[in-house]
Design a protein around this ligand. Structure first.
Ligand code: NCD
Length: 309
């Protein structure tokens, strides 16, 4: 298949418009219906996806790989970092140049370095999808988060969302904030202890949504449509003592939630550590496993769009 141009790169949600999400979700629903009837399609036969994960991943890597396989394409994985020349000291730039040289149709890349996905996109003639660059962004997570909200609530306009947890190190909440900013009459509550609050550069990039910062969820939970929880990002703390001090500073369990008459849908990008007690998994409002499953369909629609352009 001919390569698409690099205008198909998906690096950030800052430059994605409402129309993009609307047509992506329409395609997601169409593909989903087909995949529920038939477990493999051939809409992307002859296309190859390369997955390059320089940081741990379960859902993002697997859902991209399953998505491409189920729409008929093939997947080549870069492999665990220890098994590659990265372990011998090869630079990220050289590795990306090599992957691009083997001519995949799309590359998904994750790195712990802020800006790495853009670096990869600048090097590669193949379209690059950012699957997380350090604390910066995770645009396809925001796509599946919005899709989950739309499915649960019917629309995004007018939504009230609480984003709770380690917002200072989170890439999912920055990408989701930018994505929500495309919709009308949206309110976002950033719920975190002061040390973990949302980064000022994220807030500075928001043009439309109403925002409010809160130390805890108790006073606003009943007003929310969604409470989106994130884990404390242990690997991003430079001081382990600071991590230990903040550990356990926000937790949801069945007994703490039983005080409220009305509960929002509860979302989480996963993995969870101790912020969501498994005793809430059976609540009808617990959406996080469905959210993760939605990711495969949204990514299938995105891959199809990129390889057929
Ligand atoms: C998130 C990530 O990698 O940013 N996970 C994911 O992709 N679903 C969240 C996290 O690691 O906490």
């Amino acid at each position: 298949m001919p390569h698409a141009t690099s205008t198909d790169d998906i690096i950030s949600t800052l430059n994605l418009k409402r129309k993009f999400y609307e047509s992506l979700f329409k395609e997601t629903n169409t593909l989903r219906k087909k995949l529920e009837r038939k477990s493999m399609l051939d809409v992307c036969a002859d296309s190859v996806l390369a997955t390059v994960f320089m940081e741990p991943s379960t859902r993002t890597r697997l859902s991209f790989q399953f998505a491409m396989t189920k729409i008929g394409g093939r997947v080549i994985d870069f492999g665990p970092v220890e098994a590659t020349s990265t372990a011998k000291g090869e630079t990220f730039e050289d590795s990306m140049r090599m992957v691009d040289g083997y001519s995949p149709d799309v590359i998904v890349v994750r790195s712990k370095v802020v800006g790495a996905a853009q670096v990869a996109a600048d090097i590669c003639s193949t379209p690059v999808i950012n699957a997380g660059d350090g604390t910066n962004e995770h645009p396809t997570q925001a796509m599946l988060d919005l899709y989950t909200m739309q499915k649960a609530r019917g629309k995004i306009d007018g939504v009230k969302v609480g984003l709770m947890g380690d917002l200072s190190h989170s890439r999912t909440t920055s990408s989701l904030s930018y994505a929500l900013d495309q919709f009308n009459d949206v309110t976002v509550y950033y719920i975190a202890p002061a040390e973990l609050q949302i980064r000022p550069n994220v807030v500075a990039s928001l043009k439309h949504i109403q925002i409010e910062k809160k130390e805890n969820y108790e006073s606003i939970i009943s007003n929310l449509d969604f409470l989106y929880v994130t884990r404390l990002q242990k690997e991003r703390f430079t001081d382990p003592a600071e991590y230990d001090r903040l550990k356990g500073s926000y937790q949801l369990d069945k007994s703490s939630l039983s005080k409220y008459q009305r509960l929002p849908f509860i979302m989480h990008p996963l993995p969870r550590v101790d912020e969501l007690n498994p005793d809430i998994d059976g609540l009808p409002v617990a959406k996080y496993f469905e959210q993760a499953k939605n990711g495969m369909y949204v990514r299938a629609a995105l891959l199809k769009r990129i390889v057929s352009e």
